[in-house]
Design a protein around this ligand. Structure first.
Ligand code: ZN
Length: 274
């Protein structure tokens, strides 16, 4: 039997051609042990129904995507952002997720104040930690490639995310996504610095040499330029033994294919190329 005991599927990977219910059934039928759903997918059927199906299928949840998006221009907006994070936390709790992934948010509309946005991220995660620690949920700050700094995440390197973790203390780690981090000359050092205790999630896909869309053209493992076995070895050297979560946004390729074919390819490439 192929060893896929650490494989997880981020459900964004098959989001376009099946519902969350179909996706969960399919993942379980193929013997994949874990998933990571997005909040809009959970909302398709509601939290209760999602939890019920996940439990009945015996699936683990490697993470809930996502909380974060903290920076705001006004108090009202700030409070709404925090409120959204509470809902995300509740979903992670009910699904017994390994972590709540945080994409921290970019600059609020019209702002050029990057320092302030980063300060707001620190305050936001700190606020959320006061709730996530008693709830028993690990937070995972996901640094995003610098090209997303304006609109999605003002946290852009593993080093920066770990600095934030140092300030914030226990209960928060990092989500290491190869798509965002592979180019970083400091990656090996920073993965070692994170160590087992602060690597809360490990996301895999590939970077296509000829990337056509900066958000929606991720590659399948083996189709791009990332040395996945090398990065995996760095991650595993820390003692990390959590899930390896395949997360592929691919509007012109994988999202158009039959979900079952996509998942079969994920299994094959996970074993062969990562
Ligand atoms: Zn990711």
């Amino acid at each position: 039997m192929p060893n896929i005991s650490q494989l997880s599927i981020n459900l964004a990977t098959i989001r376009e051609r099946c519902t969350i219910s179909q996706a969960l059934d399919l993942v379980a039928r193929l013997g994949i042990p874990a998933v990571s759903p997005w909040r809009d997918q959970i909302a398709q059927v509601g939290l209760k129904a999602t939890v019920k199906q996940v439990r009945e299928l015996g699936l683990r949840v490697s993470g809930v995507c996502r909380g974060g998006m903290f920076p705001a221009n006004t108090q009202l907006e700030w409070e709404a952002n925090l409120e959204g994070n509470l809902r995300a936390l509740e979903e992670a709790v009910e699904l017994n997720a390994d972590c709540l992934v945080l994409v921290t948010g970019g600059l609020p509309k019209g702002s050029r104040d990057l320092v302030k946005a980063r300060k707001q991220v620190e305050e936001g995660v700190s606020w959320l930690l006061e709730r996530s620690i008693p709830a028993g949920i690990q937070l995972a700050i996901e640094p995003l490639h610098p090209m997303y700094c304006a609109d999605r995440s003002v946290v852009n390197t593993l080093s920066q995310a770990l600095d934030l973790c140092d300030v914030l203390g226990d209960g928060v780690g990092v989500a290491c996504d190869v798509y965002h981090l592979w180019w970083d000359p400091d990656l090996q050092t920073q993965i070692a610095r994170a160590g087992q205790s602060r690597i809360s999630a490990y996301h895999i896909c590939d970077w296509l040499q000829n990337t056509r869309h900066m958000l929606l053209d991720r590659g399948m493992m083996g189709d791009g330029v990332i040395d996945l076995p090398l990065i995996r070895s760095w991650v595993e050297e820390t003692g990390y033994c959590g899930f390896h979560e395949v997360e592929i946004f691919s509007q012109d390729n994988w999202w158009k294919k039959e979900p079952e074919d996509v998942l079969r390819t994920c299994i094959e490439r996970y074993q062969k190329c990562s």
